[in-house]
Design a protein around this ligand. Sequence first.
Ligand SMILES: Cc1cc2nc3c(=O)[nH]c(=O)nc-3n(C[C@H](O)[C@H](O)[C@H](O)COP(=O)(O)O)c2cc1C
Length: 488
Amino acid sequence: MSALPILRLGTVKVVERFQAHVASLGVHIPCDSKLLAGESSPLRLALNRGGIRIGNRIAVQPMEGWDGGTDGNPSEHTKERWRKFGGSGAKLIWGGEAIAVSHEGRANPNQLMIAVHTQKGLSELRRILIKEHRRTTGSEDGLIIGLQLTHSGRYCRPNRHTKPEPRILYHHPILDKRLGLSRDYPLLTDAEIETIIADFHRTAKLAEDLGFDFVDIKHCHGYLGHEFLSAHTREGKYGGSFENRTRFLREVVAGVRANAPRLEIGVRLSAFDTVAYRPDPSKSVNGKPGPGIPEVHDHLIPYRWGFGVDANRPTEIDLTETIQFLSLLEELNIPLVNLTAGSPYYNPHIQRPALYPPSDGYQPAEDPLISVARQMEVARELKRRFPNLLFVGTAYSYLQDFLPNVAQAAVREGWIDAVGMGRMILTYPEILHDASEGKPIEYKRVCRTLSDCTTAPRKGLPSGCYPLDSYYKHSEFAEKLKLAKAKT
Ligand SMILES: Cc1cc2nc3c(=O)[nH]c(=O)nc-3n(C[C@H](O)[C@H](O)[C@H](O)COP(=O)(O)O)c2cc1C
C-alpha cells in the first residue's frame, strides 16, 4: 500500500463525506449532492458548435486493448471493447483507441493499424458500436465517432513486445537513458517525418471512406505528435521555435483537409506535463516500489524537454504554450479538443490517477484526487479562455462512486463541455448514462483503479478489467497475468 494515508473512496458511502474530504485536501472539485435525471440532467444536453452536433455530454476516451492481430486487424476482444464503447450511451466516441498510421509506428505488435487490409475490420468495429449504442439509447441521433490516428514515436514496438524500436525527434536527457539509447542513436530525419505526415493523409482518407466523423491527430502521452511540441533542441524545420514544433500538426491538417474534406479534425493534447517520475528507492517496502518522486533534474535547468511545463521549475505547470497551441487550433478551425496530461510511461500519476500502481509504476506521489483536481482545473481554465472550442475532460475514473456527481457539476458549471471516461468504460460503461436516467448506480461495477488494465499489456497480455469484468476474470489471460505479477 501507499506510504501516504490515502482515503479509499470505495469506503466513502455518502457524497457529503466525499465533498468534505476533497476540501480537506485543499483542492476544488465541483460535486453535486443530488443527481438530476431525464431532461433536467446537464449530462443529457446536446452540444452544437459549428456544424458539429453531439447528442449528450458523455464521451468515451480512447482505450487501447493491445489485442489486435499482428496484421493490425481487430480481434474478438477488440470487438467486445467497442461493444462497451457503444453500450455506454456516450454520444461522443473519441478515437475508439490509438490506431497506428503505419506498421513501424505501432506501440506494440497488437496495436490496431489503419490500412486497406484492415478497413473491413475497422468498419465492423464501427458497426458493432453503433448497434450497441442504439440498443442503449434507442437512437443514433447525435452520435459522433472518431478514430485516433497515431504514430508512437519514442514508444514504438511494432514487432515484439520486448523489443523497443524508438523513433525519436531529439535526444532526451532522462527518457533516452530509460530506453537505453546511446548519444548517437539516430533521430528521425525531416524526410522520414514527411513520410509519416503522408501516412496521416492517406489513412485519414481511409477513415473518411469508413464513415468515421472525425480523426484525432494525437498529441499526447509522449507519442510522436506530443514529442514534436517539446522538440526545442531539434534542429531544422520541425524543431526549435513554436512555429517549427507545430509544423507537423499544420502539415498533417492541410493534407487531411485536402484528402478527406468531409472529416472533422480533433486533437487530443497533453496540456501540461512534468519531469519523469520514478519510485522512491528509500521508501520501497518488501520489494514493492515506493511513492513516485521526480527524477533529479537540477542540472537540466532551464528545462528544454517539456511542453506545458515551467522551464525553471519543470515540476510546475506553465500553460503559456498550451494557450498558444489552442489559439493555433482555433486558427486551423479545429473545434474538437480532448485535454489530458503527461504520459503513462514517465509520470502516470498525473495522467491516470490511481490508488494502485501498474507494474512499471510507483505508489501514488500524492492523493490521486489531487491529480484529478489538477487536470480538471487546467481544463476549466482553458475552457474559460477558449469558450468556442469544444473540450472533453479526462481523468474522471478515479472519482469512482462520485463520478456522476462530479461529471454533472462540471458540465453544469461550465468547467468542461463533455466528460470523458477511460478506465470506467472497461467496468461500468453505462454509469453516466444510468445516472442521467435516474437509475441506481451499481457500485459493484465501479472501477477501483487497481491498474490491471495497464499491468496486463506491460506483461504482453490484452488489456481489460481483470478484477471486475467476468469476460477477463475467467479468461485464459487471467491466470497468465497472475503468474506474471507474481514474478515481479
Ligand atoms: C488500458 C488503457 C488504454 C488506454 N489507451 C489509450 C489510447 O489508445 N489512446 C489514448 O489517447 N489514451 C489511452 N489511454 C488513456 C485514457 O484514454 C485516459 O486518458 C486515462 O485512462 C485517464 O482517464 P480515466 O481516469 O477515465 O481512466 C488508455 C488508458 C488505459 C488505462
